[in-house]
Design a protein around this ligand. Structure first.
Ligand SMILES: C[S@@+](CC[C@H](N)C(=O)[O-])C[C@H]1O[C@@H](n2cnc3c(N)ncnc32)[C@H](O)[C@@H]1O
Length: 285
């Protein structure tokens, strides 16, 4: 029998809260909206109008709520992750893009916009879903963007997400060696590399159980991939080119020291909106 949406929304939020889901009210709205084909605002309006949910939709919702209560990431259930102005297809095998990264990309986009070259060049090392690369390619449409991903599963998601971007070249390979043809010609290198220390297993089940290990862990101190990027970015960037690295909140000082030891100019760490160290930039000498 059709039931009022409002009651169903409350019950769903409670079920998710009982399962320890961090934002149960938001997730309940997004899951119900997903089932009904409505955005969050549209769903809220439907609730206010006293709309009902059919038995078939209620059944679909039950299945999704059970999976979310078992801590499958919301984005795997809806199949999409918002990122800046984009909606990226995501699912098992690819790192779900995070809100923090939206702000990190701004350093790269600003540098591309400020660059007087008619077609500035950017490289995204370890592109995952393609989030960073596609944001740069669409927000600076005259830039030429290159992205590399080593995981076959993640590469397939990135391929799907970036298929329509004519100014973006995606390759399946290793960031340590990719794009030899661009040596000395790149204006911006950006990366959100794996940076979690091997023994710092994340607490959130969504991350621990569903983000791929090769997207998370970066060796004993979390900086193994950063060391590789520091060397590779020096080869790729032109003198004066910008390196942008996302990292964990406690890694800023170590990364500045590592970059300074490798000869980078002006390493600087930047806070995110919660005042946590989140990104370090440096210039190629
Ligand atoms: C933390 S995820 C970031 C993904 C995406 N850039 C984002 O911000 O959402 C790191 C990504 O780097 C990839 N990766 C790790 N080591 C790599 C390597 N040596 N070469 C290429 N990609 C690598 C992982 O597979 C993963 O997709």
């Amino acid at each position: 029998m059709p039931a009022p949406l409002a009651a169903r929304l409350r019950a769903t939020a409670q079920q998710l809260a009982d399962a320890g889901v961090p934002d149960p009210g938001v997730d309940a709205e997004l899951l119900l909206g997903h089932v009904l084909g409505l955005g969050r605002g549209e769903l809220q309006a439907a609730v206010i109008r006293g709309q009902e949910i059919s038995d078939a939709d209620a059944e679909r919702l039950d299945a999704l709520v059970a999976r979310r209560a078992a801590r499958e990431p919301l984005q795997h259930l809806t199949g999409v992750a918002p990122f800046r102005h984009l909606e990226l297809a995501v699912g098992p095998g690819v790192f779900v893009p995070r809100p923090e990264t939206e702000a990190v990309v701004q350093f790269a986009i600003d540098a591309l916009i400020e660059n007087p070259a008619p077609a500035p060049v950017a490289v995204d090392l370890g592109t995952g879903s393609g989030a960073i690369a596609l944001a740069m390619a669409t927000e600076v449409p005259y830039a030429r963007v290159y992205a590399v991903e080593r995981s076959a599963d993640a590469y397939a998601w990135a391929s799907r997400n970036t298929a329509d971007a004519d100014n973006l070249t995606l390759v399946h390979g290793d960031l340590a060696t990719a794009f030899d043809e661009l040596r000395g010609a790149v204006d911006v290198v950006i990366s959100n590399p794996p940076y979690v220390p091997d023994d710092a297993v994340p607490r959130d089940p969504e991350v621990r159980m569903h983000d791929p290990a090769q997207a998370l862990y970066g060796g004993p101190d979390g900086l193994d991939v950063v060391r590789v990027i520091s060397r590779r970015a020096q080869e790729l960037l032109r003198p004066g080119g910008l390196l942008v690295l996302e990292h964990g909140e406690l890694q800023g000082a170590d990364i500045r020291a590592l970059l300074a030891a490798d000869g980078w100019r002006a390493p600087a760490t930047h806070e995110d909106l919660t005042r946590r160290d989140r990104a370090t930039t440096a210039l190629r000498p």
